[in-house]
Design a protein around this ligand. Structure first.
Ligand code: A2P
Length: 283
């Protein structure tokens, strides 16, 4: 598996397992066990997923070697601020029974919808993230769901600019400007909902392109993301689908197929505008 290196040298696989919606302890154990056996080493959780305790227990019971396991977690918006961000991270570490996180991400930007001083809230929170990074609680820090103006505002005061940016990316949702910005600044993109939250899997255009590439639609979408240089984070609790998704690394996509997928119009996904959202239930 080709690895991806962040600016600070921390290395990542191009595909990880998204754990959103897996809250049951037994289910978490089974998902983690199957994922590890498939070859997944990167696991994506969040304080808001309410599954940190279950994940911590699974990591412990499966005796997964810590130095080969990449755990990323996200700070929830109600814990923004310099002090609160640090307290929340330490609470998450306790739940996960870990001494450090490999990645810690701000889950959403504070935006104009929530506060007039959103820039300050993000900047102060980021300062807390930087302290966690400098003190070794986290090996890398980043953001999720930021739009360009959120990132531009953050980098005005950031001492350590984000290493990663996790946002929804899949065929039909390619943000070329964001991709260019992140490339210029050395920010690694992670694609959340790389299958459009499952909504791309019955698309007839994608189905045609998938059979031409000897792939399933899921594999096509994931390899498209990886060929863009993204780390993709598909979610499934089904071991067969996990395997199918993991093996997408070996699919070859032609230039024509990439161009087709780059240019298809929106055909499903969550497409949440972080400046508009004010009800965060379930996301
Ligand atoms: P399930 O959990 O029942 O396997 P995304 O990663 O874009 O958020 O999409 C997640 C959705 O896609 C889930 O509903 C998941 O269903 C479904 N899914 C994930 N991998 C596959 C696959 N290889 N084939 C079909 N459906 C998949």
């Amino acid at each position: 598996m080709n690895s991806i290196q962040l600016r600070n040298g921390v290395s990542f696989p191009p595909i990880g397992a998204g754990l959103w919606k897996i809250t049951d302890r037994q289910m978490m154990f089974q998902v983690m066990e199957s994922a590890w056996q498939c070859g997944y080493r990167l696991f994506d959780t969040a304080a808001a997923y309410s599954n940190e305790v279950a994940l911590g227990k699974a990591l412990q019971e499966l005796h997964l070697p810590r130095d080969q396991t990449i755990v990323q977690d996200k700070l929830w918006i109600t814990c923004y601020g310099y002090e609160d961000a640090q307290t929340a991270c330490k609470r998450s570490l306790k739940k996960l029974k870990l001494e450090y996180l490999d990645v810690y991400l701000m889950h959403w930007p504070a935006s104009v919808r929530q506060s007039d001083n959103w820039e300050e809230v993000n900047a102060e929170t980021w300062r807390g993230m930087e302290t966690l990074y400098q003190e070794g609680y986290v090996r890398s820090i980043g953001v999720c769901n930021f739009k360009l103006h959120h990132l531009e505002a953050l980098t005005k005061t950031a001492v350590v600019p984000p290493f990663l940016h996790q946002l929804e990316c899949h065929p039909g949702m390619l943000d070329k400007k964001m991709e260019e910005y992140c490339r210029e600044k050395g920010i690694q993109i992670q694609a959340s909902s790389p299958l459009g939250n499952g909504q791309l899997l019955n698309n007839s255009l994608l189905s045609e392109a998938a059979s031409e590439s000897n792939a399933t639609i899921a594999q096509l979408c994931l390899k498209w993301g990886m060929d863009h240089g993204y780390i993709v984070l598909p979610k499934t609790g089904n071991p067969l689908r996990m395997r199918e998704n993991f093996s997408s690394q070996h699919i070859e996509l032609s230039i024509n197929t990439m161009q087709l997928l780059d240019n298809i119009p929106f055909c499903g996904g969550l497409a949440i505008d972080s400046d508009e959202v004010n009800n965060f239930d379930g996301i």
